[in-house]
Design a protein around this ligand. Structure first.
Ligand SMILES: NC(=O)C1=CN([C@@H]2O[C@H](COP(=O)(O)OP(=O)(O)OC[C@H]3O[C@@H](n4cnc5c(N)ncnc54)[C@H](O)[C@@H]3O)[C@@H](O)[C@H]2O)C=CC1
Ligand SMILES: O=C(CO)COP(=O)(O)O
Length: 329
């Protein structure tokens, strides 16, 4: 099967950037967006001023708010925020449609990874996961980027790669779907922790320590979920962790930085239009970790801070008084 026309579900920053990638070479690409103003702007001025300001889009990207139009595509890139993905897919005509899941998170209500959610809603659809260190603005601007595309069906994986990959959008194949998802979900929580370190002025040594010990938490969790260690050490795990923990271009890092500077998490979450997935993933990730007896102290600290129950300095004292164990544990 040749994959020709692609549709993207979700007109946020990442869905718009991926539509731009899919439209390279002037290939017609459909972008389903929730908001009418986003649909209108993309079709009239070829820009998404709400979520991806300042990027001129290829006119081959056509936006729609009509789910029925999506049936004309050969595959969908699903880019709705993790907590909305189930509801959005339920409204879309998905039988047999290959789905490439590009969002990062764990469903709060069920504790499921997104490929499990998609398999429940669209049981006849083959599923792939695209993940990696990918700030939307950079991808939409054509800057060099590398991603993991994970699919259990290697033939379909190669067909999807053939359609999506570009010289500046290097696409590495994997068959570890859970591994590719775990990295993206967990790194968002760790990026909040790194932002707190930055905002509270704890220094670069502390940030590197959080990245390294956070990676140990990601690896423990991933292995328990059936992921492979080498996937977690690749683009979708360590690669994305390093990116997101290093820059205020990350919404998760910025959220943590503002908390570190003394702002209240509840107030910061109440008036945001863009998504900081780590804030939604943290509580369910922690709950799964407790249920499965997986040690994740940094994730637990993020949950505590987001709840507003304990202040940063008190939490820091508690964390620093933990006896350090063996590094490989
Ligand atoms: N922005 C980025 O650089 C990257 C984002 N991602 C992931 O992509 C996913 C989407 O993020 P962005 O495109 O950045 O979003 P965004 O923060 O730019 O935009 C918010 C999105 O949420 C949608 N939304 C709001 N309420 C909704 C509802 N009730 N039902 C359905 N959709 C609703 C909006 O329509 C919009 O598409 C997230 O899981 C994120 O982690 C992954 C890689 C890079
Ligand atoms: O996932 C991302 C980069 O790979 C984007 O991170 P933020 O959602 O924190 O902005």
């Amino acid at each position: 099967m040749t994959i020709g026309k692609l549709a993207v579900i979700g007109g946020g920053a990442w869905g718009t950037a991926l539509a731009q990638v899919a439209a390279a070479g002037d290939r017609e690409t459909l972008l389903w967006a929730l908001e009418d103003d986003v649909v209108t702007a993309i079709n009239r001025i070829h820009e998404n001023p709400v979520y991806l300001k300042g990027i001129k889009l290829n006119p081959a990207v056509r936006a729609t708010a009509d789910f029925s139009e999506l049936a004309s595509a050969d595959a969908w890139l699903v880019v709705s925020p993790a907590q909305h993905m189930r509801a959005v897919l339920k409204r879309a005509p998905c039988p047999n449609m290959p789905l490439i899941l590009c969002s990062k998170g764990i469903e709060e209500s069920s504790g499921k990874l997104l490929h499990e959610v998609a398999a429940e809603v669209c049981p006849t659809s083959p599923i792939a996961v695209l993940s990696g260190p990918t700030f939307a603005h950079e991808v939409a601007s054509g800057l060099p980027t590398a991603v993991t595309l994970a699919c259990r069906d290697s033939t379909l994986g190669q067909q999807l790669r053939q359609r999506i990959a570009r010289p500046n959008f290097r696409t590495y194949l994997s068959d570890d779907v859970a591994g590719a998802e775990v990295g993206g979900a967990v790194k968002n929580v760790l990026a909040i922790a790194c932002g707190v370190v930055e905002g509270r002025g704890l220094g670069q040594n502390a940030r590197a320590a959080v990245i390294a010990r956070g990676f140990a938490e990601m690896t423990r969790f991933g292995m328990a979920m059936g992921a492979r260690r080498e996937t977690l050490a690749g683009l979708s795990g360590l690669g994305d962790l390093v990116l997101t923990c290093s820059s205020t271009a990350s919404r998760n890092f910025s959220l943590g930085k503002a908390i570190g500077e003394g702002r209240s998490a509840a107030e910061l979450m109440s008036d945001r239009r863009t998504v900081a997935e780590g804030a939604h993933t943290a509580p369910i990730l922690h709950r799964i970790a407790v249920d499965r007896d997986i040690d994740m102290p940094i994730v637990e600290a993020v949950v505590t801070l987001l709840s507003g129950r304990v202040g940063i300095d008190e939490l820091l004292d508690a964390m620093l008084s933990r006896p350090p164990g063996d590094e490989e544990d």
